[in-house]
Write a protein that binds this ligand. Structure first.
Ligand SMILES: *Cc1c(COP(=O)(O)O)cnc(C)c1O
Ligand code: SF4
Length: 548
């Protein structure tokens, strides 16, 4: 007898429970009894698990709600043991009926309650631009007519920039803001530039004062009224060469332009961006490339800005070509929000340039989408085209008060962008450096709650890492290792709080070298593992590996 000819513990437990019920008084002509008898006879005949599962479920219900044992329906323990074994034999993975009915189905149904609230709220409190598309299309039509744009203007990047909304008057015409609000915006725009492409302006729901796109794009009084001193932007102490920012030995950024198609109220580079459009000289780029060429440690170069897609095609072609010609530069990135703010920029010519460079060395596009509302059928199409031509399209969202600082909004953002071919990469906690947007900051604890709540509830590759920027990117996730007992760690499941024990490998075993084929090695006195381990061991002893 092999072990599949026996019932397992889950099934034994289920049967014990069922047969602890009363075996009399079931009404033999009730619909319930009829259903049970029917399931019993067909499950004996057919070669499926479905009817067996249904039968056990309904018997379980009869036991729980009315106290009936299967005997009340003329079904014996042996009958059910036979069906249980049959179930186990049909199932590809030999899952027992007890495991399925008593455990798996209950676990799944209980887990469902972790997401049911989200499924109810997501399209109401965090609608995507796809769900709002009818209203956005009406906005677009209205704005296009108001600005006197032709369809050709509308569908081209140059047209979108030429007709960009930069004045408070135009803003007032396309949105339904109260007079005091318009007054306030004009006060702020004396210091901070406002620019919305007509397309992006159309994503704003014109009657909604707390619209999340409005809050990202239109400067408010706090930007000038917030008390505090602006801490110099990172460039002041992290720029080893013209246009270059460097926090890490192997990754650098080139800030190739200071222009954007839309200016964000929460821009980290607010000191440089959007004050005045500047064209950088050829000399500046030359010096930046010389810096990269001269340091062979640099492996990953991020062309950013401003917005990399503000650069004309020929310029992007040149910059990417330059990077591709440097042997030690192995991968590249472009930082851009333009697929979100002005998807008209994603033309066939641009896509061809990106693909050509990606064919030489992997090119990723890093974007910034902060709300599901920013994903429309048009931007989704732009991202779909991009994703076919580059090695990855990734999102860096910024956690912003009133914009995306709830579980439902952030889950919805991550799922919506994933469905739009974009991989959630980072969520930045809004920076402390600039008083201009201190009013948009969210406590780290809140951000941790939002990100942790995603584990187990949305796809793992739709969960971004939560990051503070403070002279480099510092991960902020809370630890799920809550303790240790002997060699066992105590781990917490983020989605339920349940703690599980997790045996760590034996540290003595771990440093053993004589495993696998090493057993056959001639002993030449060389012991250790790889150089990295060797070096960290030496560092641990306070020695300098270089002098050994
Ligand atoms: C964000 C950033 C990078 C890239 O960091 P990753 O963690 O590799 O995404 C590199 N340099 C600077 C200056 C940056 O701001
Ligand atoms: S797109 Fe980036 S660089 Fe441009 S304004 Fe927004 S945050 Fe700043």
């Amino acid at each position: 007898m092999n072990k599949f000819d026996q019932i397992d513990n889950f099934t034994a437990e289920l049967l014990d429970n069922l047969f602890s019920g009363r075996n009399l008084n079931a009404d033999p002509v009730s619909p319930q009894a009829a259903k049970i008898r029917e399931l019993f006879s067909i499950s004996a005949l057919d070669n499926q698990t479905g009817n067996i599962v249904e039968l056990f479920k309904i018997l379980k219900l009869a036991r729980a709600s009315q106290g009936f044992s299967p005997l009340a329906f003329d079904i014996s323990r042996q009958d059910l043991v036979d069906l249980a074994l049959k179930h186990q034999q049909i199932d590809e993975h030999r899952v027992s009926i007890g495991g399925r009915v008593d455990k798996a189905l209950s676990i799944v149904s209980e887990a469902g309650s972790r997401v049911d609230w989200y499924l109810e709220q997501k399209d109401v409190s965090a609608p995507s631009g796809i769900e709002l598309w009818d209203r956005i299309e009406q906005n677009h039509l209205r704005i296009r007519q108001l600005l006197g744009m032709s369809m050709e203007d509308w569908n081209s990047f140059s047209g979108q920039l030429r007709f960009a909304v930069e004045s408070v008057e135009t803003l007032g015409e396309i949105l339904n803001l109260p007079a005091e609000a318009i007054e306030e915006v004009s006060r702020v725009t004396r210091n901070y530039r406002m620019r919305l492409t007509p397309y992006y302006a159309g994503l704003i729901m014109p009657e909604t004062l707390d619209d999340p796109v409005l809050l990202q794009a239109v400067p408010t009084g706090e930007m000038v009224d917030n008390a505090g001193i602006e801490i110099p932007p990172v460039a002041a102490d992290h720029s080893p060469a013209r246009l270059i920012d460097q926090f890490y030995p192997r990754v650098v950024t080139i800030k190739a332009t200071n222009m954007c198609a839309m200016y964000c109220t929460h821009c980290l580079r607010i000191a440089h961006i959007g004050k005045k459009d500047r064209i950088y000289t050829g000399k500046a780029y030359e010096e930046a490339f010389k810096y990269i060429r001269d340091d062979s440690r640099i492996r990953d170069v991020l062309i950013t800005g401003g917005d990399a897609f503000m650069l004309p095609d020929e310029m992007l072609l040149r910059l990417l070509g330059e990077l591709d010609s440097i042997d030690h530069v192995r991968v590249k990135r472009l930082g851009t929000r333009i697929p979100v703010t002005t998807p008209q920029r994603i033309t066939r010519e641009l896509l061809d340039i990106l693909e050509m460079s990606n064919d030489r060395k992997p090119l990723r596009v890093v974007t910034q989408i902060n709300t599901a509302q920013e994903i429309t059928p048009v931007s989704r199409e732009a991202f779909k085209q991009l994703s076919k031509r580059v090695s990855a399209v990734m999102n860096q969202a910024v956690l912003l008060k009133g914009i995306n600082d709830t579980r439902v909004k952030m889950w919805k953002l991550c799922e919506t962008i994933q469905e739009a071919y974009v991989r959630p990469y980072y969520i930045f906690n809004c920076s402390y450096r600039n008083p201009q947007f201190a009013h948009l900051r969210v406590p780290v604890k809140k951000g941790q709650d939002i990100v942790e709540s995603m584990y187990g509830n949305i796809s793992g590759d739709a969960i971004p890492r939560f990051i503070a920027t403070a002279g480099g990117k510092i991960p902020l996730h809370s630890s799920n290792v809550t303790g240790a007992e002997g060699r066992e760690l105590i781990l917490r499941k983020p989605w339920s709080g349940e703690e599980v024990r997790y045996p760590d490998p034996d540290p003595v075993e771990y440093v053993r070298h004589d495993i696998a084929f090493n057993k056959f090695e001639k002993n030449d006195g060389h012991e250790a593992g790889d150089q990295e381990q060797e070096q960290s061991r030496l560092r641990g002893q306070g020695q300098n590996p270089g002098t050994r």
